[in-house]
Design a protein around this ligand. Structure first.
Ligand code: ZN
Length: 162
């Protein structure tokens, strides 16, 4: 029977809760989440726990922030003026935007955490940074990845692509 390993596409159902038991995210009522093992598609702590498991396995995995979305860094919180943001961009608490890195490259994700008059607070921490993640997982399928999936570093869904 095949087990979770590198170069396998793995599907699983999950419910993610914080330490207070609040559900942060869940695949319930939706398709299972599919990922390519060994390609950093999911948080490292969860990926490590799934290694060697098989279809039908159910597991509870507790992931510390350092193996999840990282520790919170207070220096990653920035205050900008509304005018420094594109005029046509709606500015609302909870919105995610991509800030251009002055050194070039891909935009860096930031979240608007406060709007106070003309001042906007941008938090470059992931909203789940510093949060211990409690996953309840059930593995639903394991298959070999295609050459194209290995090349792209992520699984392709039933429609063939993304
Ligand atoms: Zn692709």
């Amino acid at each position: 029977m095949s087990t979770v390993a590198d170069r396998k596409v793995v599907s699983f159902h999950y419910t993610l809760t914080d330490d207070d038991g609040e559900v942060i995210d869940s695949s319930e009522g939706d398709l299972p989440l599919e990922y390519l093992h060994g390609a950093d598609n999911i948080v490292p702590g969860l990926e490590r726990a799934l290694l060697g498991k098989k279809v039908g396995d159910k597991l509870d995995v507790q992931v510390e922030p350092k193996d999840g979305y990282g520790e919170r860094d207070d220096r990653a919180v920035h205050h900008v003026r509304r005018g420094q943001l594109p005029a046509d961009m709606p500015v609302q608490v909870g919105m995610q935007l991509g800030a251009q890195d002055p050194r070039g490259g891909d935009p860096i994700p930031a979240w608007i955490t406060e709007v106070n008059g003309d001042e906007v607070t941008l938090d470059f921490n992931h909203p789940l940074a510093g949060v211990r993640l409690n996953f309840a997982v059930e593995i639903t399928s394991i298959r070999e990845a295609s050459a194209e999936e290995l090349d792209h570093g992520h699984p392709h869904g039933p429609d063939g692509h993304h």
